[in-house]
Write a protein that binds this ligand. Structure first.
Ligand code: BG6
Length: 485
């Protein structure tokens, strides 16, 4: 199979920080056909004039910023660099698209993947121009990187323009969380094993918590982040995608649409928010100065490019429900924030306690922890008897599975997986336009309520687990977040 992968925004951050390292890993793992075998070419396009060699040197230098185990040595880079090409393009000039088409047609690869790693403002322009020169044939796929819209109306507009040029199966919307190995394992856990399915329902599950905690602040992205906030940046996409994976019904097959149809049903079944529910069930916060990992860090309002007095949220916790037979009444808690105590992404399924306790003092109910990062694994928390005497209390124990240890050499990073899938045309891990719009529809009332609300977000100290109100939100149902249990 031959392919051409075109990276629009070929000198931008996303390209050199994420895409090139991922492509290099795929190359190193022997998963990317090499040019020697007549397989792949990677073409970076950007505004500046550069030669192929000039671009290769630029990427070589950028690799210095990648974690050491993922950097190529000289020999590896020399071989990887043979795949890299560069083309100057002004994205507003129709002639430049005609030139790109001629370059691609001269080879006629089996598959052409056009990765839009540019600012989303450019998506409509680029898509229209690609359509105008006929770069939308059946062998072409376009990959769209988030943010895909700022609200429902802008997401729909992007989808309208993309849909006028490409069929749905040609448009691949990235949510990089879906590429994480732990998320593949969530599918395997649920649909490749029979053990949990009978318990995966309201009769056995007390509540489900999804935490996507980051220790980092907004860094140098203050201007972007301030116009976005945690709800748009992490909840509308990553957290909701994880929720659909947890709550969906078993799909009839592993076909992309069979899976995506089930995920969409979950999004449609989410309890809608009205203004009262926003006030009651959603907590927004903003970090103040504090300590993270023993280092003092500034408040959000002191970060570069953050406007004075900003009311943008850097933390969200919310309670929702999936209104269907399987999940009626089970609280789903979602929480994400910057400058929290640790980088920690996990899903906790808290089971109901035994119906008739016979052991003294055994209060811990079972829980299953699906760990996404920094560790990737599963923990099943149980109660066990030590065997030390008749009236002993049961002790909490856990069965731990560490996937990085279980599969040491085969782990594939999120972008590597998604790029290989885009090239191979596997759509399972890409978000369909109707899912994406439904997720926007669900968060819209929260955005609207906040826009009308003069109350600032609740402050929390950097290095904490967020505002106290987030604990109160779950305590109201008699629950606690994982670190409080
Ligand atoms: C991105 C957000 O989508 O995900 C960032 O825009 C966030 O703000 C990042 O830091 C988190 O991704 P990961 O893979 O590091 O958890």
């Amino acid at each position: 199979m031959s392919f051409d992968l075109v990276l629009f925004g070929g000198t931008g951050d996303l390209t050199w920080r994420k895409l090139m390292p991922a492509l290099f890993q795929a190359f190193r793992h022997g998963k990317l056909p090499t040019s020697a075998r007549g397989g792949g070419r990677i073409l970076a396009v950007a505004r500046e004039a550069r030669s192929d060699d000039g671009y290769r040197a630029f990427i070589r230098e950028r690799f210095a910023e990648v974690e050491p185990s993922k950097r190529p040595n000289d020999d590896e880079f020399a071989r990887f660099a043979e795949l890299l090409h560069y083309r100057r393009m002004d994205l507003s000039r129709p002639d430049d698209y005609a030139g790109l088409k001629a370059w691609l047609d001269a080879r006629g690869a089996d598959t052409v993947v056009l990765f839009l790693a540019t600012s989303p403002n450019l998506f409509p322009l680029v898509c229209e121009q690609l359509g105008a020169v006929g770069l939308n044939g059946p062998q072409v796929r376009v990959v769209l990187e988030k943010p895909l819209g700022h609200d429902l109306a802008s997401a729909r507009e992007i989808n309208r323009v993309v849909g006028a040029v490409f069929r749905e199966a040609q448009a691949l919307r990235i949510d990089h969380y879906l590429g994480k190995p732990a998320v593949q394992n969530l599918m395997a856990l649920r649909f490749g094993n029979a053990l949990f399915e009978p318990l995966w329902r309201r009769e056995s599950v007390a509540n489900i918590q999804i935490t996507l905690a980051e220790a980092i602040g907004v860094g140098t992205r203050g201007d972007f982040y301030d116009g976005t906030g945690a709800l748009r940046d992490m909840v509308q996409n990553h957290a909701l995608q994880l929720l659909t994976m947890i709550a969906m019904e078993p799909p009839a097959s592993s076909d992309a649409d069979a899976i995506r149809d089930e995920k969409l049903k979950v999004l449609k079944a989410l309890k809608p928010f009205g203004p009262e529910a926003v006030a009651r069930d959603v907590v927004r916060g903003q970090y103040r100065a504090g300590n993270v990992g023993g280092q003092p860090v500034p408040a959000y309002l002191e970060e570069v490019k953050v406007p004075a007095g900003s009311r943008t949220e850097t933390f969200v916790a919310l309670r929702t429900e999936v209104q269907n037979w399987r999940w009626a009444g089970v609280p789903f808690y979602l929480r994400t924030g910057k400058r929290l105590a640790a980088r920690d992404a996990q899903i906790v399924v808290n089971f109901r306690p035994v119906p008739h306790p016979i052991f003294p003092g055994s209060t811990h109910a079972n829980k299953l922890v699906i760990k996404l990062q920094p560790d990737d694994g599963l923990e099943l928390h149980l109660l066990a008897a030590k065997g030390s005497g008749n009236d002993e209390r049961l002790s909490p124990v856990s069965l731990d599975l560490d996937f990085d240890k279980a599969f040491p050499s085969q782990r594939v990073g999120a972008y590597e997986r998604l790029l290989l899938d885009a090239i191979a045309g596997r759509l399972n891990l890409f978000v369909r336009s109707d899912e994406q719009e439904q997720a926007w529809r669900w968060v819209s009332p929260v955005l609207d309520a906040w826009a009308d609300d003069p109350t600032p977000p609740r402050p929390y100290a950097a290095g904490s687990w967020g505002p106290a109100a987030a604990s109160a939100l779950v305590a109201r149902d008699g629950c606690a977040w994982a670190e409080e249990q």
